[in-house]
Design a protein around this ligand. Structure first.
Ligand SMILES: Cc1cc2nc3c(=O)[nH]c(=O)nc-3n(C[C@H](O)[C@H](O)[C@H](O)COP(=O)(O)OP(=O)(O)OC[C@H]3O[C@@H](n4cnc5c(N)ncnc54)[C@H](O)[C@@H]3O)c2cc1C
Ligand code: FES
Length: 511
């Protein structure tokens, strides 16, 4: 079986690491727990279950950590990116304390694993700085400071400016003991430990059919895995057609990296409160002569997946924004983008799957905090599967009802419904000749629409533009050369292979 296309055309700064390779499944398998998905959520869960004495089989239909985890920027934070005061408003004082506590514990757990397993993954404790865009009132910082203290983050304080030499950020909040790491080095080590503890990992193994049982079963390639519990850690759940996907929305986010002389930017994490917000970190690299250098990684320019025409220009805007604040920035050497799932109430969904609660577990709604949410999933799901109580169970419950009547919910529902109007609009081009080489466009074909890609040699690859999930029309993403669905975030390579769920198969080829 060939390796699937895992992301768009751009690779991230982490891709210099070769992940351990694993064979595809070759026979039927019985295990205590089957985990689907080898990103940080799936691998953390498999790792902690193995440590708790469970037998585990993990399947991924690409290479390990080939999904959104390889596109991350690797901030590990408890400074919740939807704002602590907002989480307090939505989940109450106890809820926000638990949320902050869970992200803090996730960072602590990663640090403990790094120390115990002696993992060389550039893990570092550093401070984080939250600053304002030019036009925003300091009121936001004051509210956040008060909410952070109420939530138990007593070390957060207001400081005069962030430690970037050329950029006067103005007053900002300093969050102590945040962290950063090299995500793939960390996950490569987790995978090796899972294997050495007797866990099985199968790469290039596509999960196609999940049945709740008991016993729960998974159809994986041509084989069946039978398990007491199945954990769906595919980032966007592939087992749930509608319920969870109406409570979260997919957003693309963009990242660039460029060298910067040492001493210009203090090693720390930086975020602003703009909407969409910007995020910055440093990463140490070595030049060809082995000398240490620093790359500054800047992210932002988020938009709803499949709903922006200017995907390429977003990298330029990010560069302009960064260069204005850090004029010493070298040439942009890295540029990539990926997707996060934003839930309507700001917290991930982690726990028993609402439809078949006894044996199927799910983790999704990563937001910009998927690394800590993925680690929280490892801790929480291990407790649930082992029959232990966990104080975060209700907070992250995928069936929680809190907000289905909020304006945020109504807005996302309307936005999604509006996408179906494209079935009656014209195509973007009238003829294949209008599509430049190495580009794609939507064409009308009678009652149907086609997603047409002309490759670098002018060859045409055409598919039904109908998303196999719930039939929205996909859009061309010029930055990543992918077909992106504006409804729930399924994404497909230019050759029609599925990259992101909830769709669990590719676009249908058209003659
Ligand atoms: C540009 C960018 C920057 C980010 N920065 C940060 C950050 O600084 N801090 C932070 O906390 N978060 C950040 N995030 C979010 C975070 O990186 C992600 O939320 C997190 O890595 C998601 O992990 P995951 O395990 O849920 O999903 P993934 O890493 O996507 O893993 C899911 C896996 O499931 C597999 N899969 C899917 N379908 C199937 C199937 N049918 N059968 C078998 N396998 C399947 C996929 O191949 C994939 O490997 C960022 C995201 C992006 C895109
Ligand atoms: S992702 Fe739901 S219709 Fe495409």
């Amino acid at each position: 079986m060939s390796t699937k296309t895992v992301t768009g055309q751009n690779v991230s700064i982490w891709s210099d690491i070769e992940m351990p390779a694993f064979a595809a499944i070759g026979r039927d398998t019985k295990t205590d727990v089957c985990v689907i998905g080898g990103g940080i959520a799936g691998l953390s869960t498999a790792y902690l279950l193995c440590k708790a004495g469970k037998t585990v089989a993990l399947v991924d239909d690409g290479p390990l950590a080939g999904g959104m985890t390889q596109l991350t920027t690797g901030h590990l934070v408890n400074a919740i990116d939807n704002r602590i005061f907002e989480i307090e408003r939505l989940h109450g004082e106890r809820g926000v304390r638990l949320a902050v506590e869970s992200h803090t514990e996730a960072i602590d757990r990663i640090e403990a694993i790094v120390r115990e397993d002696d993992i060389d993954c550039d893990f570092e404790r550093i401070d984080g700085y939250l600053f304002l865009p030019r036009d925003q009132s300091q009121d936001v910082l004051d509210r956040e400071l008060d909410a952070a203290h109420r939530a138990g983050l007593n070390g957060v304080k207001k400081v005069r400016r962030a430690p970037i030499r050329s950029f006067d950020s103005g007053p900002c909040l300093m969050f102590p003991r945040q962290a950063q790491f090299h995500p793939l080095k960390y996950l490569a080590a987790l995978a090796k430990t899972i294997e050495s503890c007797g866990g099985k990992i199968f790469a290039n193994t596509h999960a196609s059919k999940i049945e709740a049982g008991p016993p729960a079963t998974l159809r994986a390639n041509e084989n069946t895995i039978t398990a007491d519990a199945i954990v769906v850690a595919t980032n966007s759940p592939i087992n749930d057609l509608v319920a969870i996907h109406t409570k979260q929305a997919p957003y693309m986010t963009y990242t660039i990296g460029a060298r910067v002389p040492k001493g210009i930017v203090t090693k720390a994490l930086y975020w602003d409160t703009a909407d969409p917000y910007h995020y910055i970190r440093l990463h140490d690299i070595r030049d060809d002569n082995g000398h240490g250098e620093q790359v500054v990684i800047i992210g932002g320019e988020d938009h709803k997946t499949g709903q922006a025409e200017d995907t390429v220009e977003r990298f330029d805007r990010l560069e302009d924004w960064a260069r204005e604040r850090i004029p010493e920035l070298g040439n942009v050497e890295y540029a990539w983008s990926g997707q996060v799932m934003e839930t309507i109430d700001g917290l991930a969904f982690i726990g028993r799957n609402p439809m078949d609660a006894d044996h199927i577990y799910v983790v999704t709604g990563d937001s910009g905090m998927g690394l800590t949410h993925g680690t929280i999933a490892g801790i929480l799901l291990t407790d649930l599967i082992c029959g232990l109580e966990n104080p975060w169970t209700m907070l992250y419950d995928p069936a929680r009802k809190t907000l289905s009547a909020t304006p945020a919910f109504a807005k996302e529902a309307l936005n999604m419904a509006a996408q179906y109007v494209e079935w009656i609009t014209q195509g973007e081009v009238k003829s294949i000749d209008d599509i430049p080489w190495n580009s794609g466009a939507i064409m009308r074909n009678g009652l149907n629409k086609l997603a047409v890609y002309r490759d670098e040699s002018g060859r045409v690859h055409q598919f039904s533009a109908r998303c196999p999930h719930l039939a929205c029309i996909v859009h061309w993403n010029a930055a990543e050369k992918t077909w992106d669905c504006p409804c729930h975030g399924s994404r497909f390579s230019c050759f029609g292979d599925v990259i992101n769920g909830p769709a669990n198969k590719g676009l249908t080829p058209a003659d």
